[in-house]
Design a protein around this ligand. Structure first.
Ligand code: ADP
Ligand code: MG
Length: 385
């Protein structure tokens, strides 16, 4: 469910008995290319989408925080004392918003107590980062309400700290960066080692193209799933190759890797190394030829994740294969994998047939009906009212 701003303010008043001080919003993201490269100090190319998480917030006069979500309308707010928060002390969804306040304080910025109601149009667990949308909405609101003056780049790191330490999910910096730094019509090219980023124009409409998300509705889990195992493989691969991170290897180093690494670790490493190269190629091609040139890179990225990194699943593979067979320029799974969403790049004219073919193929295979929608590079986090 997703409320209008007016309805969210009214729902806040119904929950907490007073008017909110303001509403802040932060978008989810899709990653055009660069998967599992972020925690390897590599490159990613996400953009902020039009689906976002909005929070209504009112500051309190003490150090108590109460958080509620329209996703759990019958639950009492989760209540916490800012002075009692410590790593791992919060269970469930409240670990995201409370974790951000904890992380801000850990970074030396004192936050006031506050009441907070969360609402979102970002599908949860679909690989579109509803988690970062929630973190970034809280981060940008708390930054403003506490007058901490923290930069967007630092707020992204604070969101990541919350997710890593309070939620316990060992995720990278990509999602928060896209949510905070994204702009309409632009993708965010991010170097996850230096933290430097730059906007790259991505004019899909102008090129007669559309980027479609196919949410397979197979839910993933970052904290318990294979994500952590892949991360460990990458760390092992880097150590065995004698580099600080897989970012430090180039495609030309892979021949040496084949001799040094065991077969499985080699394939994990090969995915990350070739994926980093594909991100750099994508940025270069976008500048030279526009989004129409991205197709083959998306196809290669998916094959690499399916065969080398082994994070795809039958639903994602079907979505990608059927889209390509029906005329898509490119398609790949996006996000952490093991479920979630695929993205499809195609001409606006071809999209209806692709969409129909995917729905039909899912039905024939006995999969849950997918949720399919288009996304456009959209504005990053900010205050809405
Ligand atoms: P993704 O980021 O791909 O959507 P994650 O598993 O990383 O998936 O994050 C999803 C989790 O974020 C949910 O299980 C929930 O704990 C939290 N979350 C996201 N949006 C909301 C919301 N609007 N209300 C409450 N919790 C939310
Ligand atoms: Mg997430």
């Amino acid at each position: 469910m997703s409320y209008s701003h007016l309805d969210l303010a009214a729902a806040f008043a119904g929950r907490f008995g007073n008017e909110p001080d303001g509403l802040w919003s932060a978008p989810g993201r899709v990653n055009v290319i660069g998967e599992h490269t972020d925690y390897n100090d590599g490159f990613v190319l996400p953009f902020a989408i039009q689906h976002s998480t909005t929070i209504a917030v009112a500051v309190r006069t003490n150090r108590i925080v109460r958080v509620a979500s329209t996703f759990a309308p019958d639950d009492d707010p989760v209540t916490a004392d800012l002075d009692a928060l410590e790593e791992g002390s919060v269970e469930g969804w409240a670990a995201y918003p409370l974790g951000v306040l904890w992380a801000l304080e850990q970074s030396g910025h004192r936050c006031p107590g506050m009441d907070l109601l969360v609402d979102s149009s970002v599908p949860v667990g679909a690989g579109l980062s509803s988690s970062a949308a929630l973190e970034c909405a809280v981060a940008i609101a708390a930054n403003e309400l506490s007058e901490a003056g923290v930069s967007r780049r630092e707020l992204a790191a604070i969101g990541q700290l919350a997710e890593n330490r309070m939620v316990g999910a060992p995720t990278g910096i990509m999602d928060q960066s896209a949510s905070l730094l994204g702009e309409a019509g632009q993708a965010v090219f991010l170097d996850c080692r230096s933290g430097d980023s730059r906007l790259v124009p991505l004019d899909l409409k102008g090129a007669g193209l559309e980027l479609m998300v196919i949410d397979t509705r197979v839910s993933h889990s970052h904290s318990t799933g294979g994500y952590a195992a892949r991360r460990r493989s990458c760390e092992r691969g880097a150590e065995m190759m004698g580099v600080a991170a897989l970012r430090d290897l180039s495609v030309g180093d892979l021949a040496e890797g084949a001799g040094v690494l065991d077969e499985e670790t080699f394939r994990r490493v090969r995915h990350v190394v070739t994926e980093n190269a594909r991100v750099e190629d994508a940025v270069q091609l976008l500048g030279a030829k526009g989004p129409v040139a991205l197709g083959p890179l998306l196809v290669a990225s998916h094959a690499s994740m399916r065969d080398d990194f082994e994070i795809s699943c039958p639903e994602l593979d079907t979505a990608v294969e059927v889209s390509l067979d029906t005329g898509a320029l490119g398609a790949r799974m996006t996000g952490g994998g093991f479920g979630g969403s695929a993205i499809v790049l195609a001409s606006v004219d071809d999209m209806p047939a692709i969409r129909a073919a995917v729905v039909r193929a899912f039905s024939v295979a006995g999969f849950r009906a997918p949720v399919i929608f288009s996304v456009l590079p959209s504005a990053g986090a900010g205050r809405v009212v």
